[in-house]
Design a protein around this ligand. Sequence first.
Ligand code: ZN
Length: 266
Amino acid sequence: MTEIAIKNATAIFYLIGVLIFLTGLVFGSFLNVVIYRLPLEKSIIRPRSFCPVCGAPIAFYDNVPVLSFLLLRGKCRSCSAKISPVYPLVELLTGVSFFLSFYFFGISWKALEIAVLLASSIAITFIDLKHRIIPDEINIFLFVFAVFLPKEIWGVSYWPAAGLSALSGLSAGLVLFLIAIAAEKIFKQEAMGMGDVKLITALGAFSGFHSIFWLIFISSLIGSVVGIAVKLRKREKGYTMIAFGPYLCAAAIIYTLFEPRLKLLF
Ligand SMILES: [Zn+2]
Protein backbone atom coordinates (compact mmCIF):
# COMPACT_ATOMS: atom_id res chain seq x y z
CA MET A 1 0.00 0.00 0.00
CA THR A 2 1.10 3.51 -0.64
CA GLU A 3 1.50 5.90 2.24
CA ILE A 4 -1.72 7.75 1.39
CA ALA A 5 -3.70 4.51 1.17
CA ILE A 6 -2.42 3.48 4.62
CA LYS A 7 -3.35 6.89 6.03
CA ASN A 8 -6.83 6.62 4.50
CA ALA A 9 -7.32 3.10 5.87
CA THR A 10 -6.28 4.30 9.35
CA ALA A 11 -8.65 7.26 9.14
CA ILE A 12 -11.54 4.99 8.12
CA PHE A 13 -10.69 2.56 10.93
CA TYR A 14 -10.88 5.31 13.55
CA LEU A 15 -14.00 6.81 11.98
CA ILE A 16 -15.75 3.45 12.34
CA GLY A 17 -14.29 3.25 15.86
CA VAL A 18 -15.87 6.59 16.80
CA LEU A 19 -19.25 5.51 15.36
CA ILE A 20 -19.05 2.27 17.36
CA PHE A 21 -18.12 4.24 20.50
CA LEU A 22 -21.18 6.49 20.00
CA THR A 23 -23.38 3.41 19.45
CA GLY A 24 -21.96 2.09 22.73
CA LEU A 25 -22.94 5.32 24.52
CA VAL A 26 -26.53 4.99 23.27
CA PHE A 27 -26.57 1.33 24.24
CA GLY A 28 -25.22 2.32 27.69
CA SER A 29 -28.21 4.62 28.04
CA PHE A 30 -30.45 1.58 27.46
CA LEU A 31 -28.39 -0.39 30.01
CA ASN A 32 -29.19 2.32 32.58
CA VAL A 33 -32.88 1.63 32.04
CA VAL A 34 -32.22 -2.12 32.41
CA ILE A 35 -30.15 -1.57 35.59
CA TYR A 36 -32.78 0.69 37.14
CA ARG A 37 -35.97 -1.12 36.12
CA LEU A 38 -35.29 -4.88 35.81
CA PRO A 39 -34.64 -5.48 39.55
CA LEU A 40 -37.87 -3.58 40.33
CA GLU A 41 -39.68 -5.78 37.79
CA LYS A 42 -40.77 -2.76 35.77
CA SER A 43 -41.05 -2.77 31.97
CA ILE A 44 -37.85 -1.73 30.22
CA ILE A 45 -39.81 -0.42 27.20
CA ARG A 46 -42.50 1.78 28.78
CA PRO A 47 -42.91 4.42 30.09
CA ARG A 48 -40.26 6.84 28.79
CA SER A 49 -37.44 7.87 31.11
CA PHE A 50 -38.47 10.08 34.01
CA CYS A 51 -36.79 11.70 37.00
CA PRO A 52 -36.99 9.23 39.93
CA VAL A 53 -37.42 12.16 42.38
CA CYS A 54 -40.05 14.47 40.80
CA GLY A 55 -41.39 12.09 38.15
CA ALA A 56 -40.99 14.65 35.32
CA PRO A 57 -40.47 12.93 31.96
CA ILE A 58 -36.98 13.47 30.54
CA ALA A 59 -37.01 15.21 27.15
CA PHE A 60 -34.91 13.66 24.36
CA TYR A 61 -32.49 16.62 24.43
CA ASP A 62 -31.87 16.00 28.15
CA ASN A 63 -31.33 12.31 27.52
CA VAL A 64 -28.20 12.50 25.35
CA PRO A 65 -25.65 10.06 26.84
CA VAL A 66 -22.95 11.69 29.03
CA LEU A 67 -23.39 15.11 27.34
CA SER A 68 -26.75 15.91 29.00
CA PHE A 69 -25.33 14.98 32.40
CA LEU A 70 -22.47 17.46 31.87
CA LEU A 71 -24.70 20.23 30.46
CA LEU A 72 -27.23 19.87 33.29
CA ARG A 73 -24.31 19.68 35.77
CA GLY A 74 -25.73 16.43 37.14
CA LYS A 75 -29.10 17.90 38.15
CA CYS A 76 -32.72 17.29 37.04
CA ARG A 77 -33.98 20.18 34.87
CA SER A 78 -37.34 20.45 36.65
CA CYS A 79 -36.55 19.73 40.33
CA SER A 80 -32.73 20.13 40.47
CA ALA A 81 -32.39 16.80 42.29
CA LYS A 82 -28.90 15.34 41.89
CA ILE A 83 -28.60 12.75 39.11
CA SER A 84 -26.41 9.80 40.09
CA PRO A 85 -23.01 9.84 38.32
CA VAL A 86 -23.57 6.10 37.81
CA TYR A 87 -25.69 6.96 34.73
CA PRO A 88 -22.92 8.67 32.69
CA LEU A 89 -20.43 6.13 34.10
CA VAL A 90 -22.45 3.21 32.70
CA GLU A 91 -22.77 5.01 29.34
CA LEU A 92 -19.06 5.72 29.18
CA LEU A 93 -18.09 2.18 30.20
CA THR A 94 -20.37 0.74 27.51
CA GLY A 95 -19.00 3.12 24.87
CA VAL A 96 -15.41 2.19 25.75
CA SER A 97 -16.32 -1.55 25.82
CA PHE A 98 -17.80 -1.35 22.33
CA PHE A 99 -14.80 0.59 21.03
CA LEU A 100 -12.24 -1.83 22.52
CA SER A 101 -14.12 -4.87 21.13
CA PHE A 102 -13.87 -3.32 17.67
CA TYR A 103 -10.29 -2.09 18.17
CA PHE A 104 -8.95 -5.54 19.05
CA PHE A 105 -11.25 -7.83 17.02
CA GLY A 106 -12.42 -5.64 14.10
CA ILE A 107 -15.84 -6.33 12.61
CA SER A 108 -16.21 -9.99 13.59
CA TRP A 109 -18.34 -12.46 15.56
CA LYS A 110 -15.63 -12.41 18.23
CA ALA A 111 -15.99 -8.62 18.58
CA LEU A 112 -19.77 -8.99 18.92
CA GLU A 113 -19.29 -11.76 21.48
CA ILE A 114 -16.92 -9.62 23.59
CA ALA A 115 -19.12 -6.51 23.28
CA VAL A 116 -22.23 -8.40 24.45
CA LEU A 117 -20.26 -10.06 27.25
CA LEU A 118 -18.89 -6.69 28.44
CA ALA A 119 -22.25 -4.88 28.20
CA SER A 120 -24.04 -7.67 30.08
CA SER A 121 -21.27 -7.67 32.69
CA ILE A 122 -21.79 -3.93 33.26
CA ALA A 123 -25.54 -4.44 33.83
CA ILE A 124 -25.00 -7.51 36.05
CA THR A 125 -22.31 -5.79 38.13
CA PHE A 126 -24.34 -2.68 38.94
CA ILE A 127 -27.54 -4.68 39.63
CA ASP A 128 -25.80 -7.35 41.74
CA LEU A 129 -23.85 -4.80 43.83
CA LYS A 130 -27.03 -2.88 44.67
CA HIS A 131 -29.73 -5.56 44.87
CA ARG A 132 -27.74 -8.80 45.36
CA ILE A 133 -29.67 -10.43 42.53
CA ILE A 134 -29.02 -11.26 38.89
CA PRO A 135 -32.23 -10.92 36.86
CA ASP A 136 -33.26 -14.11 35.00
CA GLU A 137 -33.90 -12.02 31.89
CA ILE A 138 -30.18 -11.21 31.53
CA ASN A 139 -29.07 -14.81 32.19
CA ILE A 140 -31.56 -16.20 29.67
CA PHE A 141 -30.59 -13.59 27.08
CA LEU A 142 -26.87 -14.38 27.53
CA PHE A 143 -27.42 -18.15 27.33
CA VAL A 144 -29.56 -17.98 24.18
CA PHE A 145 -27.17 -15.47 22.57
CA ALA A 146 -24.14 -17.65 23.37
CA VAL A 147 -25.74 -20.86 22.07
CA PHE A 148 -26.86 -19.39 18.74
CA LEU A 149 -23.81 -17.22 18.10
CA PRO A 150 -21.66 -18.72 15.31
CA LYS A 151 -18.43 -20.10 16.76
CA GLU A 152 -16.09 -20.49 13.83
CA ILE A 153 -13.15 -20.72 16.25
CA TRP A 154 -14.55 -23.95 17.74
CA GLY A 155 -13.77 -25.71 14.48
CA VAL A 156 -17.12 -27.55 14.23
CA SER A 157 -20.10 -26.73 12.05
CA TYR A 158 -22.99 -24.60 13.30
CA TRP A 159 -25.48 -26.98 14.94
CA PRO A 160 -22.91 -29.22 16.66
CA ALA A 161 -21.25 -26.04 17.95
CA ALA A 162 -24.59 -24.73 19.24
CA GLY A 163 -25.31 -28.07 20.96
CA LEU A 164 -21.84 -28.19 22.46
CA SER A 165 -22.27 -24.64 23.69
CA ALA A 166 -25.58 -25.43 25.42
CA LEU A 167 -24.09 -28.58 26.96
CA SER A 168 -21.03 -26.65 28.18
CA GLY A 169 -23.25 -24.09 29.87
CA LEU A 170 -25.46 -26.69 31.55
CA SER A 171 -22.36 -28.57 32.77
CA ALA A 172 -20.88 -25.37 34.20
CA GLY A 173 -24.19 -24.70 35.97
CA LEU A 174 -24.28 -28.24 37.37
CA VAL A 175 -20.69 -28.02 38.67
CA LEU A 176 -21.34 -24.70 40.46
CA PHE A 177 -24.70 -26.02 41.76
CA LEU A 178 -22.92 -29.01 43.35
CA ILE A 179 -20.25 -26.71 44.82
CA ALA A 180 -23.01 -24.45 46.23
CA ILE A 181 -24.74 -27.44 47.88
CA ALA A 182 -21.45 -28.75 49.30
CA ALA A 183 -20.55 -25.30 50.64
CA GLU A 184 -23.97 -24.97 52.25
CA LYS A 185 -23.49 -28.34 54.01
CA ILE A 186 -20.01 -27.39 55.22
CA PHE A 187 -20.62 -23.78 56.30
CA LYS A 188 -24.28 -24.31 57.29
CA GLN A 189 -25.21 -21.13 55.39
CA GLU A 190 -26.21 -20.30 51.89
CA ALA A 191 -22.87 -19.57 50.23
CA MET A 192 -24.03 -18.86 46.71
CA GLY A 193 -27.28 -17.73 45.15
CA MET A 194 -29.06 -19.59 42.36
CA GLY A 195 -28.54 -16.42 40.29
CA ASP A 196 -24.82 -17.23 40.23
CA VAL A 197 -25.55 -20.82 39.10
CA LYS A 198 -27.75 -19.48 36.27
CA LEU A 199 -25.10 -16.90 35.35
CA ILE A 200 -22.30 -19.47 35.03
CA THR A 201 -24.66 -21.58 32.87
CA ALA A 202 -24.87 -18.63 30.47
CA LEU A 203 -21.13 -17.86 30.68
CA GLY A 204 -20.20 -21.52 30.18
CA ALA A 205 -22.25 -21.50 26.97
CA PHE A 206 -20.09 -18.59 25.85
CA SER A 207 -16.72 -20.12 26.51
CA GLY A 208 -17.13 -23.91 26.34
CA PHE A 209 -16.13 -26.96 28.40
CA HIS A 210 -12.53 -25.86 28.82
CA SER A 211 -13.69 -22.74 30.60
CA ILE A 212 -15.58 -24.35 33.50
CA PHE A 213 -12.53 -24.87 35.70
CA TRP A 214 -11.15 -21.43 34.84
CA LEU A 215 -14.44 -19.58 35.41
CA ILE A 216 -14.72 -21.03 38.91
CA PHE A 217 -11.01 -20.73 39.70
CA ILE A 218 -10.54 -17.11 38.51
CA SER A 219 -13.82 -15.86 40.02
CA SER A 220 -13.04 -17.47 43.39
CA LEU A 221 -9.56 -15.99 43.31
CA ILE A 222 -10.80 -12.46 42.59
CA GLY A 223 -13.68 -12.92 45.05
CA SER A 224 -11.30 -14.00 47.82
CA VAL A 225 -8.89 -11.12 47.24
CA VAL A 226 -11.70 -8.52 47.17
CA GLY A 227 -13.49 -10.21 50.09
CA ILE A 228 -10.36 -10.12 52.28
CA ALA A 229 -9.63 -6.51 51.29
CA VAL A 230 -13.19 -5.41 52.17
CA LYS A 231 -13.01 -7.30 55.49
CA LEU A 232 -9.71 -5.66 56.43
CA ARG A 233 -11.03 -2.19 55.63
CA LYS A 234 -14.34 -2.59 57.41
CA ARG A 235 -12.80 -4.71 60.21
CA GLU A 236 -15.87 -6.87 60.06
CA LYS A 237 -15.92 -10.16 61.87
CA GLY A 238 -17.57 -13.31 60.66
CA TYR A 239 -19.35 -14.09 57.46
CA THR A 240 -20.48 -11.58 54.87
CA MET A 241 -22.41 -12.53 51.77
CA ILE A 242 -20.67 -11.05 48.75
CA ALA A 243 -22.08 -10.36 45.32
CA PHE A 244 -20.42 -13.08 43.25
CA GLY A 245 -21.87 -12.12 39.84
CA PRO A 246 -19.26 -9.43 39.05
CA TYR A 247 -16.39 -11.89 39.70
CA LEU A 248 -17.95 -14.52 37.46
CA CYS A 249 -18.28 -11.88 34.73
CA ALA A 250 -14.66 -10.76 35.25
CA ALA A 251 -13.54 -14.40 35.02
CA ALA A 252 -15.47 -14.89 31.77
CA ILE A 253 -13.93 -11.74 30.26
CA ILE A 254 -10.40 -12.74 31.32
CA TYR A 255 -10.97 -16.26 29.99
CA THR A 256 -12.34 -15.04 26.65
CA LEU A 257 -9.39 -12.67 26.17
CA PHE A 258 -6.65 -15.13 27.18
CA GLU A 259 -8.37 -18.32 26.01
CA PRO A 260 -5.63 -19.80 23.78
CA ARG A 261 -2.99 -19.41 26.50
CA LEU A 262 -5.18 -20.72 29.33
CA LYS A 263 -6.16 -23.79 27.29
CA LEU A 264 -2.49 -24.78 27.10
CA LEU A 265 -2.29 -24.78 30.90
CA PHE A 266 -5.26 -27.07 31.46
ZN1 ZN B 1 -36.64 15.83 38.96
